[in-house]
Write a protein that binds this ligand. Structure first.
Ligand code: C2E
Ligand code: MG
Ligand code: MG
Ligand code: MG
Length: 288
């Protein structure tokens, strides 16, 4: 019996594995074709300055319009592209596309591009960025690069040098998803960073009973260290009021203002919203 069960389990396991391996193989094949077939697209989500109520930056977020599966999330794409070594080509496409699309926006608006760790640790990262700026004509001051804590901590000497060079070019560097790792901000601050994006997990429960202490503390420390502070994932007016109250948070991003939207839509939105000033300096929900 035990033997039979064991065999049963084993067969089942093998089938499952075959299924997974097969599914994975198909995904990889599809991913390789996707770049050539122009199935990738960048959506954009605005970051709003809390004092002026204006959009300062739009973050580029990858989408894959798969012919059969429909829209595939970057969470499912990026790790696989990294393992396949495809991330360098994909990242290059993302960077150039984002720079070109930003060129069609009002001059006051920047674009933020997420860099995966592997992409950031390529030897010629500086040339990649220079080239993207050159072919698009985008000034370096309108490009913001978002990197996560784990990619900062990998190969720290290289990272220091690369960040310093990029910053020297005039590009801004933002630390993404801050608070999801374990490093202290005072350590992270030894890297040349201009912006900290506080992860939306810090917002959990703040509009009910959990105190804001942690979020406010992190925001204040970042500001004291000379970095501008963004809070990600604002979904309600209550959250917006709470994070705006003490004036340390510079910008906010989240569904309250806008979900990520296709390039054509963000372009229209920016052209419309940058024409006139907002009356009372209050942040308005952006009509889409
Ligand atoms: P991220 O860079 O932290 O981007 C923010 C994510 O939070 C986006 O998910 C965005 O749609 C979502 N978000 C924004 N506001 C809200 C909100 O109010 N509520 C909630 N629940 N979510 C909100 P998305 O587009 O699925 O991207 C997920 C992650 O995938 C990104 O996190 C980033 O790490 C990665 N990613 C996306 N695009 C790229 C890319 O072009 N290159 C690389 N390397 N990674 C990317
Ligand atoms: Mg990001
Ligand atoms: Mg983020
Ligand atoms: Mg995040």
């Amino acid at each position: 019996r035990a033997k039979a069960d064991g065999r049963g389990t084993f067969c089942f396991f093998r089938e499952e594995m075959a299924h997974t391996v097969e599914a994975r193989r198909i995904l990889e094949l599809d991913l390789r074709k996707a770049l050539a077939n122009e199935e990738f697209e960048l959506y954009y989500q605005p970051l709003v300055n809390l004092k002026t109520g204006r959009i300062t930056t739009c973050e580029a977020l990858l989408r894959w319009n798969h012919p059969v599966r429909g829209t595939v999330s970057p969470v499912d794409i990026i790790p696989v592209a990294e393992e396949m070594g495809l991330i360098v080509d994909l990242g290059r496409w993302i960077l150039r596309k984002a720079c070109m699309e930003c060129m069609m926006w009002p001059k006051q608006v920047s674009v933020a591009v997420n860099f995966s760790s592997q992409q950031f640790h390529q030897r010629d990262i500086l040339n990649e960025v220079r080239y993207a700026l050159e072919v698009s004509g985008l000034p370096a001051s309108r490009l913001e690069i978002e990197i996560t804590e784990s990619s900062l901590l990998r190969n720290t000497q290289f990272t220091h040098d690369a960040l310093a060079q990029l910053h020297g070019e005039g590009v801004r560097i933002a630390l993404d998803d801050f608070g999801t790792g374990y490093s202290s901000l005072s350590y992270l601050h030894t890297f040349p960073l201009q912006k900290v994006k506080i992860d939306r997990s810090f917002l959990e429960g703040i509009d009910s009973d959990r105190p804001l202490t942690l979020l406010r503390g992190v925001a204040r420390l970042s500001a004291d260290l000379g970095m501008s502070v963004v809070v990600e994932g604002i979904e309600t007016n209550e959250q917006l009021e709470l994070i705006s109250a003490d004036g340390t948070v510079t910008e906010a991003q989240g569904y309250l203002f806008s979900r990520p939207v296709p390039a054509a839509r963000v372009r229209k939105l920016l052209t419309a919203s940058h024409g006139e000033r907002q009356k009372d300096g209050k942040v308005l929900s952006i009509p889409l």
